[in-house]
Design a protein around this ligand. Structure first.
Ligand SMILES: Nc1ncnc2c1ncn2[C@@H]1O[C@H](COP(=O)(O)OP(=O)(O)OP(=O)(O)O)[C@@H](O)[C@H]1O
Length: 489
């Protein structure tokens, strides 16, 4: 599909890739192992708690790590790594974000919650769960700003923290969790319901548009999950919640809550109503530097879990790019991919509603079961589309950025960037890129991310994304079916 007009751009691409390889070598040689600024040192680390990437390993730990690594290598060599036991293998690989040395029992969860965790099929905590939970459950409560790769169990971590902190005897809201979208609030609410299944004394209420309560209501539910506007109304105007009684405040997808003007105003106004003693927990897979600094300013004395740039991408998600010359060629490439590999479910991201609508139409004509989701739809409609997709009623979801974050659908094996994510100034939107590709490869599953490049401009965006994450994105020729087949193995 590549044409001559692309030759130069491809050369630039390959040159960029080469410079990435050499960058990697330099990074290893020159960069200090821990590049966190000194004052970022988590309090809990000082207390002896283990945090990601700390240097306090004992010889015994090293031996364990080596043994785990050697077991992993053996398993890989003997082809035992398949999708069913992959999570288990990753949980024993010290380099994986799913690695843990503790069991859920050791995290001292209430028996009802332990039962909930096991009923959800979780065997061991992930790295973020193992690291963040002791910090979140410590007494006196400590604030936390935490970053961990997409799909590594952040939601489960802060849900367990909220459920642990609730006093079921007290019939009023004690934990407040704010999500950027209606769909995400619903999804997180589901996790609270599942995890709290054996803890029926704890109740949950959704502060989302459409949930109209009578004036004068005083909520009895201990956990409130919602979107910032409605939560603010419930605290301030309608007084359904007494903010002074809130013990835990969670900002999910914290970077977008801070970076988006409207969300930021509302979140800060909510925060100002909370008591000084209220624990603040901020979670996201991405924190751009300025947002990170802002977060540190608004959260008093926080514990910090931060990824190094090269840790942000997941090795379980293989990334490719395809060169095309028009949207029709991109569509053809997509058909070739579908013709060559079995795709359980796919999410396809477009830059505009118009392209998304066009693409959904073309895919339907080809016989695919397609769902279309874009920003102009009513939130309830959007939630219904996601629910159908989650249930497998449609196999392809064509969407814009509205769905880039947080949505957790295990069966998504491929993410296609039909258009690469750019911000309003035409620069690469690295954070959105990471969130989009993170819709696949959930909790150790393998995933494919395929980027469609259709101009010199988008080639440049792709190069800059590679440079940002210091991660090579391989070229894929979608005219060669054997080559496509290979990437799925
Ligand atoms: N310890 C665990 N063992 C097995 N599966 C888990 C565990 N923790 C979470 N999961 C599952 O992994 C998937 C991803 O988890 P979750 O949605 O919490 O990730 P996340 O880090 O919040 O993702 P995102 O960054 O996309 O918001 C979910 O389907 C969840 O049920």
């Amino acid at each position: 599909m590549a044409t001559d007009s692309w030759a130069q751009a491809v050369d630039e691409q390959e040159a960029a890739a080469e410079s990435i390889s050499s960058l990697q070598i330099n990074e290893k040689d020159d960069k200090p192992k821990d590049d966190k600024p000194k004052d970022d040192k988590p309090k809990a680390e000082a207390n002896g708690a283990k945090t990601e990437g700390n240097g306090n390993k004992t010889e015994e730990d090293d031996k364990d790590d080596k043994a785990a690594q050697s077991l992993l290598n053996k398993l890989i060599r003997s082809n035992l790594v398949n999708t069913t036991n992959q999570v288990e293998v990753l949980q024993r690989d010290p380099n994986s974000p799913l690695y843990s040395v503790k069991s859920f029992e050791e995290l001292r969860l209430k028996p009802q919650l332990l039962q909930g965790v096991y009923a959800m099929g979780f065997n061991r905590p992930s790295k973020i769960q193992e690291t963040a939970l002791p910090m979140m459950l410590a007494e006196p409560p400590q604030n936390l700003i935490a970053q961990s790769q997409s799909g590594t169990g952040k939601t489960a971590a802060f849900v367990l923290a909220m459920l642990s902190h609730v006093d079921p005897e007290n019939k009023w809201p004690q934990c407040l969790c704010v999500s950027p979208t209606y769909e995400l609030a619903l999804q997180t609410g589901k996790v609270i319901e599942q995890m709290g299944k054996f803890y029926p004394e704890v109740q949950l209420v959704y502060a989302i548009r459409g949930n109209k309560l009578e004036r004068g209501t005083r909520l009895q539910e201990q956990i409130v999950i919602g979107t910032p506007g409605t939560v603010l109304d419930w605290c301030q105007k309608l007084k359904f919640i007494d903010p002074k009684k809130i013990k835990v405040f969670v900002l999910d997808e914290a970077d977008v809550m801070i970076a988006t003007q409207g969300h930021q105003d509302q979140s800060i106004r909510i925060q100002r109503m909370l008591p000084k003693s209220c624990q603040m927990l901020l979670f996201s897979a991405t924190f751009e530097e300025t947002v990170w600094n802002f977060a540190k300013r608004i959260v008093p004395d926080p514990n910090i879990i931060k990824l190094k740039r090269e840790e942000e991408t997941l090795d379980t998600i293989k990334q490719y790019y395809v060169i095309c010359n028009s949207k029709e060629e991109k569509f053809q490439a997509l058909c070739n991919i579908y013709g060559a590999i079995t795709i359980a479910q796919a999410m396809i991201f477009c830059h505009t509603r118009k392209t998304a609508g066009w693409l959904a139409g073309e895919l339907s004509r080809e016989g695919h079961q397609v769902a279309l989701l874009s920003g102009e739809m009513q939130v309830e409609q959007r939630a219904a589309v996601i629910e159908r997709f989650r249930d497998g009623k449609e196999k392809v979801l064509v969407t814009t950025n509205v769905c880039a974050r947080g949505i957790d659908v295990e069966q998504v094996s491929v993410v296609i960037n039909f258009d690469l994510p750019v911000d309003k100034d035409g620069n690469p939107d690295n954070e959105t890129y990471l969130h989009r590709i993170g819709r696949t490869g959930r909790f150790g599953k393998r995933g494919l991310a395929i980027n469609m490049v259709d101009s010199r401009f988008s080639m440049n965006i792709l190069n800059r994304i590679q440079e940002h994450f210091n991660k090579k994105i391989e070229k894929l020729d979608t005219d060669d079916l054997d080559e496509i087949e290979k990437i799925a193995n």
